[in-house]
Design a binder for this molecule. Structure first.
Ligand code: SF4
Length: 354
């Protein structure tokens, strides 16, 4: 019997009505790709939370990147991010209008552009969770070229989960393996103590199934919950302390806006004042203030896109009236349809349009 079959048998033994939320786009990909929802007992519901970095980047932060691009600054970004709509189109749309928007695979590629074109101003659109923030912090500590800066849109996982549990019906969490490699498992213990079993998981089907077994074992146990680690080959309980140190050497915690979740206290990162010369928000403050006056968020707020509900696990993609009609991976209307980590993308790719 395969490891997956053994774990499924165990899940069936322990099964109970439970709503488990994961907070990781890569977990959604694994769950969708291997059809795990279809093989779990019906009473076990697995919800997708706000774990896709591209999906949670709000329109306003994309608009700021576009505003810089429209002002003659080279914007460098990961490919997925270029396709996510702001309030008036995406970075890709800005490129088709003649703006200099370039896809990069890492911050080092953006460095290389800045070094190669010293007369140009180059901005790297820095998105993502605790997973990517230390890499960007390390780059800043390497003394980037003077014509290089970061437009920061990093998000922190723990404050988002703290906010989510106030408003959604969920019983347990699968903690994001990549984020846990950096911050460890300890920061999630507070949620276990509030009554939510939580288990860090890796990214193979067997890892996700094991995390569900461990959650069910806790729920079938004494009623005392804890944050556990089902991914010890990559995650240490205390995380990667050096990466955490670098992150907080360069960045400090600030309030941050999330697509679908609104502004969450202490859920983002901003550049520390001593690194202000690499902070696009500071360098281009006047320009951004001027340009952003033209943007309106009323139109997008009334859009039919249901990403806000989907990112909180309150809605399924095929309940969106635009799903697989106006909104497809090649014509994404909302952020959840863009990336391989997005719930709508995965629903479309692995469950189809029906
Ligand atoms: Fe938004 Fe498209 Fe998903 Fe609908 S299908 S919620 S429009 S991303």
């Amino acid at each position: 019997m395969s490891a997956e079959s053994e774990l499924l048998e165990k899940i069936r033994e322990l099964s109970m009505p439970v709503r488990i939320m994961h907070i990781c786009g890569t977990h959604e990909r694994t769950i969708s790709r291997y059809g795990l929802r279809d093989v779990l007992p019906e009473e076990i519901e697995v919800l997708s939370g706000p774990g896709c970095p591209v999906c949670v980047t709000p329109e306003e932060e994309i608009d700021r990147a576009i505003a810089l691009a429209e002002s003659g600054i080279i914007i460098t970004s990961f490919g997925d991010m270029m396709r996510v709509p702001g309030s008036n189109g995406s970075l890709m749309d800005a490129r088709s209008r003649g703006c200099d928007v370039r896809m990069v695979y890492s911050i080092d590629d953006a460095f290389a552009i800045a070094n190669k074109e010293p007369e140009s101003k180059v901005v790297f659109f820095a998105i993502g969770f605790e997973t990517t923030a230390p890499t960007n912090a390390a780059a800043i500590l390497r003394n980037p070229p003077e014509n290089f800066s970061l437009l920061l849109s990093h998000k922190l996982t723990i404050p988002a989960v703290a906010e989510l549990i106030k408003e959604i019906e969920v019983d347990a969490f699968i903690a994001p393996g990549h984020v846990c490699t950096i911050i460890g498992v300890h920061p999630f213990q507070q949620f276990a103590e509030q009554g939510f079993p939580i288990v860090a998981a890796g990214f193979e089907a067997v890892d996700v199934l094991l995390s569900i077994v461990m959650i069910l074992e806790q729920m079938n146990g004494s009623g005392k919950y804890s944050a556990e680690n089902a991914y010890p080959r990559a995650v240490r309980d205390e995380g990667n302390v050096r990466a955490q140190e670098m992150m907080y050497q360069v960045f400090e915690v600030t309030d941050s806006q999330w697509r679908g979740l609104g502004t969450i206290n202490g859920s983002g990162l901003k550049m520390k004042p001593e690194f202000a010369k690499y902070d696009a928000a500071v360098i281009y403050e006047d320009l951004l203030n001027e340009k952003m006056r033209d943007y309106s968020y009323e139109k997008s707020a009334s859009s039919l896109c249901r990403c806000a509900e989907i990112l909180k696990g309150k809605e399924k993609p095929d309940n969106c009236p635009l799903f697989a009609k106006k909104c497809t991976p090649s014509t994404p209307v909302g952020s959840c349809m863009v990336s391989q980590e997005g719930m709508c993308y995965n629903w479309y790719r692995y469950r189809g349009a029906d």
